[in-house]
Design a protein around this ligand. Structure first.
Ligand code: 5GP
Length: 361
């Protein structure tokens, strides 16, 4: 009966197609879904097969989906198979790093953080670094979500993530220009010397290297980087002070900042700014009128290789962090992309939206 249904909602972190699942007891009873879909888990009575329907299809019959436990086992199983194959095809190749006796298969648990736990196939496809790799593997099942209600006067930070050059900074600037009282970005910190014409606290907050290194060590920065021998970064405190001032904090950091940002304290809303396909990307960024409006394109414009890199980088961000994004904006035509951004931030400010259930009290 309806009253026995659980209230659990999850966001799926993987695609599922019962048609090609060899384990499902009855393919017709399965529910297909895609990564990012919100699922209403109607029953978790069976430890392997949950019953669920997509949140967007409230009146549909519930279907079978793999339980978290089943999906986790499946991932571990697939990884183990892959590692056995690798172990056999690359005998002894990494003994110096992980001290595995030559020839023995490298069987590891899912929680292993060893530097040798590298699925080669993925590396080749996505050019992953070790850290990226680990991020991806931690999280491939379901995340429990609940509706997060907007609080009057307290806005969630809006984070624009995207490949370098895709235009996320330009979108951020346009939103601030549209309503500078409401939308603000934190002033970054730097260790480089102040230049003539700059004002302390306007372009940057200028600090010593010792101070900044200590603060980074203490976890006070949501992101930081080094450029030409100087440190740059954004502090969590400056995000909070914008939020506390009743403004919408806009951020456009490197995608590696996602994990530091995605906390219950900040409750950010994450948007992936994506490039269109190659031809359209080139067309929209090469057109002389468009060129001046895409900040990172600068005067010389982009080479074909840079367009290809932008697309590759976007695919990689999606592969690694796709399940964290609340929205996507395709930045082909900048005006259209900006309209969509305006629309989205309006919803974030006014509507209850799905967020990790641990963020909702
Ligand atoms: P400039 O020293 O010319 O003002 O900035 C040089 C570079 O520093 C920028 O192009 C950018 O790559 C980097 N930068 C500026 N602000 C930040 C920041 O908040 N975080 C990080 N990671 N890099 C920054």
């Amino acid at each position: 009966g309806a009253q026995r249904e659980s209230k659990v909602r999850v966001r799926a972190h993987f695609d599922y197609n019962p048609e090609v699942d060899p384990y499902i007891p009855c393919k017709e009873a399965g529910l297909a879904f895609q990564r990012g879909d919100i699922l209403h888990i109607v029953s978790q009575d069976d430890s392997y097969w949950w019953q669920a329907r997509r949140e967007s299809e409230r009146t549909a019959r519930a279907g079978l989906i793999p339980s978290r436990a089943l999906q986790e086992r499946r991932i571990i199983h697939e990884r183990t198979q892959r590692e056995i194959v690798e172990g056999e095809s690359k005998k002894g190749s990494c003994t110096s790093i992980c001290s595995t006796p030559p020839g023995s298969p490298r069987l590891r648990s899912s929680s292993s953080t060893s530097s040798c736990r590298q699925p080669k196939t993925k590396k080749i496809m996505y050019d992953l670094t070790e850290n990226d790799d680990f991020d991806r593997e931690l999280i491939a099942t379901y995340e429990e979500v609940a509706k997060l209600y907007p609080r009057p006067g307290i806005y969630r930070p809006v984070v624009l993530i995207g490949a370098p050059g895709v235009g996320r900074n330009e979108l951020r600037r346009r939103l601030i220009a549209r309503d500078p009282e409401k939308y603000r970005s934190p002033v970054p910190y730097t260790t480089r010397p102040m230049r003539t014409g700059e004002v302390a606290g306007r372009e940057y907050i200028f600090v010593s290297r010792e101070k900044m290194e200590a603060d980074i060590e203490a976890g006070k920065f949501i992101e930081h980087g080094e450029y030409k021998g100087h440190l740059y970064g954004t502090s969590a405190e400056s995000v909070k002070s914008i939020v506390n001032a009743g403004c919408v904090c806009l951020l456009s950091p490197h995608y590696q900042a996602i994990k530091a940002l995605r906390t219950v304290q900040l409750k950010p809303f994450l948007i992936h700014i994506k490039p269109p396909e190659f031809d359209e990307l080139k067309k929209t960024r090469t057109d002389s009128r468009a060129k001046s409006t895409f900040d990172e394109s600068n005067a010389r414009g982009f080479t074909d290789e840079e367009f290809t890199d932008m697309i590759k980088s976007s695919v990689r961000i999606d592969f690694l962090y796709g399940h964290f994004f609340d929205e996507e904006i395709l930045n082909a035509d900048l005006v259209t992309a900006f309209e969509k951004l305006v629309n989205i931030v309006q919803r974030v400010e006014t509507e209850p939206l799905w967020a990790p259930s641990s963020w909702v009290q």
